[in-house]
Write a protein that binds this ligand. Structure first.
Ligand code: COA
Length: 264
């Protein structure tokens, strides 16, 4: 598949996905949304063996992402309400598809992640940021709201930080982003790639099916009611223990050898 606004490069088991509209600081419009949604669908529909083990999401040029394209959003004044809802629904589906991608998504944040760019950070499983990077849920400064990204942002930062940051639209540092759970590691720019690579290498030592199951487990447990949760968690571990991959991992440990997924 070819993309106009994304750079997609597979390096062994690692997929590098780069937002590529540097002239507008990787702001995303309806075309970028369609491309990201299509890209996520190709990953989700690929057979387990054809999937990358991990995806690194980054931005070309000066920064990670300046959020939704303001020029595109301003034009929506000419849309009908139904067209506007359809448009925003497509954006919501894109975030949902990235959030539930069956492989780990590692965000590499440099420069800034603003508005929907901070939303993209929120749907990454692991986020590494340059210590100089700026974050912000800046929508209210433009007279709009961080609506579509709110479920994903809230899941990461919680309501106390959201009340402050959604309502002020203030820009905040990478250190603050880490404090509120949006970012996992803050490093000098020179260490950004090495830190991303260390996370990527760590993920590659884990069983790929187990990693996907662990990712799916988190929202499932959070959604489950008190009486569903025991059954859900017991069934999940029961399936994994007897699976080919689970048996390989358990026996590899006991036999002091590497599991079959190593080096794949
Ligand atoms: N949508 C559309 N275009 C955007 C954009 C966005 N979200 N963010 C930046 N751009 C465009 C600018 O309009 C400018 O275009 P021009 O060269 O035709 O004038 C170009 O990208 C470069 O932006 P500029 O502000 O000159 O670059 P900078 O590096 O000094 O600053 C930002 C970059 C991202 C800090 C600044 O542009 C900004 O604050 N953007 C708005 C971010 C935001 O609030 N996003 C939330 C949207 S919901």
């Amino acid at each position: 598949m070819t993309y106009e606004h994304l750079l997609v490069r597979r390096d062994g088991a690692i997929e590098h996905l780069t937002l590529n509209r540097p002239d507008v600081r990787n702001a995303f419009n309806d075309e970028v949304i369609a491309e990201l949604t299509a890209w996520a669908a190709t990953i989700a529909s690929a057979s387990a063996g054809a999937r990358p083990r991990v995806v690194v999401l980054s931005g070309a040029g000066k920064m990670f992402c300046a959020g939704a394209d303001v020029t595109w959003m301003a034009k929506t004044v000419d849309y009908t309400e139904a067209e506007n809802v359809r448009d925003a629904t497509a954006m919501s589906r894109m975030f949902g598809a990235l959030d539930t991608l069956p492989v780990p998504l590692v965000g590499r944040i440099h420069g800034a992640a603003l508005g929907g760019g901070a939303g993209l950070a929120a749907v990454c499983d692991i986020v590494v940021a340059d210590e100089q990077a700026l974050f912000g849920f800046t929508e209210v400064k433009l007279g709009i709201v961080p609506a579509v990204i709110s479920p994903f942002a809230l899941a990461k930062i919680g309501r106390a930080a959201a009340r402050e940051l959604f309502l002020t639209g203030a820009r905040f540092s990478a250190a603050r982003a880490k404090e509120i759970g949006l970012v996992h590691a803050v490093v000098p720019a020179a260490d950004l790639d090495a830190t991303v690579s260390a996370y990527v290498a760590d993920i590659q030592t884990a069983g790929p099916e187990a990693v996907a199951a662990a990712k799916a487990l988190i929202p499932a447990v959070l959604r489950a009611s008190e009486h569903e949760v025991t059954d859900l968690t017991a069934r999940t571990i029961a399936q994994r223990r007897v699976s080919t991959e689970g048996q390989d991992g358990l026996r590899a440990f006991l036999e002091k050898r590497k599991p079959g997924w190593s080096g794949r």
